[in-house]
Structures are given as C-alpha cells and as structure tokens.
Design a protein around this ligand. Structure first.
Ligand code: DC
Length: 230
C-alpha cells in the first residue's frame, strides 16, 4: 500500500525541476503544480497593464492589482497542465525571457508572494501533489513528506537553456544566457522575501552530470521510501 504525500521540488532556474516534477506526477497519478508559471502569469499581467517596464515596477499599483488576478491550471487531453490568467490560456505567452525577468522581479514583492502562497497551500489540502518552485519546502509546505533541492552548475544550466532557445529558432549568445542565469540566481537567493534556500530536511540532487534515467531512479527510490506503508 502507498500513502499519498506532498512532494516539494525547489531549486535554481533551468535545473530541470519541472521535467522531474511532471514525470513523477504523471507516473504516480499526482497533481503537478508549476508555481513558477504563477509568478510568470503575474508578471505578464503587470507587463500588459504597464505596471512593469524593463527595469522599473510600480509596486503600489501591483499590490493593489493582485485581487484582479485570477489564476488556475487546466489539464489538456494529453495530460499537460496549462495555466490560465483571468480565463485566458497564457501557457505560451509566459515562456519568454521578458516575462521570466519580470517574474523574477515581481516575485520579490511580499503581497504577491502572500497571495500566491495562499493559493498554492489550498491546492495541497488533499495531498497527492508534486509542486515545484523556490520556496515550496521552506514556506509553502514546510511539512512536505519529500523535499528535493535540485541543483546544477550555472554553465550546464545556460547550455540547457540555450538548447531550448535554439530549438525554438531564437538566436542566442552563450555569455548573455549565462549572465541571465547568474542574475536570476542572485535575485532568487538574495531577495528579502522567501529567498531560495535548501530546507534543512531537503535532499540535494546535483544533476549536472546525471542522465534523466539516473535522476528518475534516485527520485523513485526516495518516493517509495516515503510512501510505502509497511
Ligand atoms: O521556475 P521559473 O523560472 O518558471 O520561475 C520564474 C520566476 O519566479 C523565478 O525568477 C523565481 C520566481 N519563483 C519564486 O520566486 N517562487 C516560486 N515558488 C516559483 C518561482
């Protein structure tokens, strides 16, 4: 018999958290929640409303607008989870560099975090959930039964990101991508509100030199240890 648990997967950007989380959720029949998509959707909302420019943001107006932002996920027929912003599917729109950079800034605001954390906690009341982000094991679900802290070197992550961008037909410069990875790491780790930290009881996996198969084997073993009822 297996008991239902909460799996929290945290780590730096472009570590492969969502690949890991999606695969586990799909295999175990768990709900997958990409909390980065929620911060990205808030960023898209703010960019569209003119509340955020390339380097500026109107904090007061953003704080006041939070109540106008309705977010939810829907699963497609082929099992993909997609995010909706005020009833519009924005899964593709949130994947740009502009929106990602905005998300990294908007996620520093306490009022934004408070609201998104509240919504994330509601999603976990039934357990059976795999959630990935930056503060899942530390703030959203400090009581999660299985916590993973995923890492990889900035160079490896920049290479992975570059591959994805090239596949989309975007022209990219490695040094620029690497600088962007480091800049976001710095902001994620050094913001005052819920900075990215490894929870004391999280298990760290550095996947710089791991294949997907090796990584999933490690994760399956950890998952089974936590869920098997003897
Ligand atoms: O994982 P991602 O790149 O989609 O996340 C986008 C941004 O949102 C990232 O800069 C950090 C932020 N974020 C956060 O602060 N807390 C989370 N739980 C998830 C993401």
């Amino acid at each position: 018999m297996q008991k239902k648990i909460i799996v929290a997967i945290d780590g730096f950007s472009s570590c492969g958290k969502s690949t890991m989380a999606k695969a586990l959720a799909g295999e175990k029949g768990y709900v997958y929640v990409d909390t980065g998509a929620m911060y990205r959707a808030v960023s898209l909302f703010c960019i569209r409303k003119g509340l955020m420019g390339a380097t500026t943001m109107n904090e007061e107006a953003i704080n006041q607008s939070i109540s106008e932002i309705k977010l939810y996920f829907k699963t497609t027929e082929d099992g993909k989870s997609e995010i909706y912003l005020n009833d519009e599917n924005v899964e593709n729109e949130i994947r740009t560099l502009e929106v990602a950079n905005g998300a990294s800034r908007v996620s520093t605001l306490a009022a934004v975090r408070r609201e998104l954390v509240r919504q994330q906690q509601l999603m976990g009341t039934e357990k059976g959930i795999v959630m990935d982000g930056r503060d899942i094991g530390t703030v959203v679900f400090p009581e999660a039964e299985l916590k993973i802290f995923l890492t990889a070197s900035p160079q490896i992550r920049a290479q992975r990101r570059m591959k994805e961008m090239l596949a989309k037909g975007e022209t990219v410069d490695f040094e620029a991508v690497l600088a962007n990875v480091k800049e976001r790491d710095d902001r994620d780790q050094n913001r005052a509100e819920s900075p990215l930290r490894k929870a004391v009881d999280a298990i760290e996996i550095d996947n710089s030199n791991l294949s997907l198969a090796e990584q999933s084997k490690i994760l399956r073993t950890l998952f089974d240890e936590k869920t098997l009822v003897h």
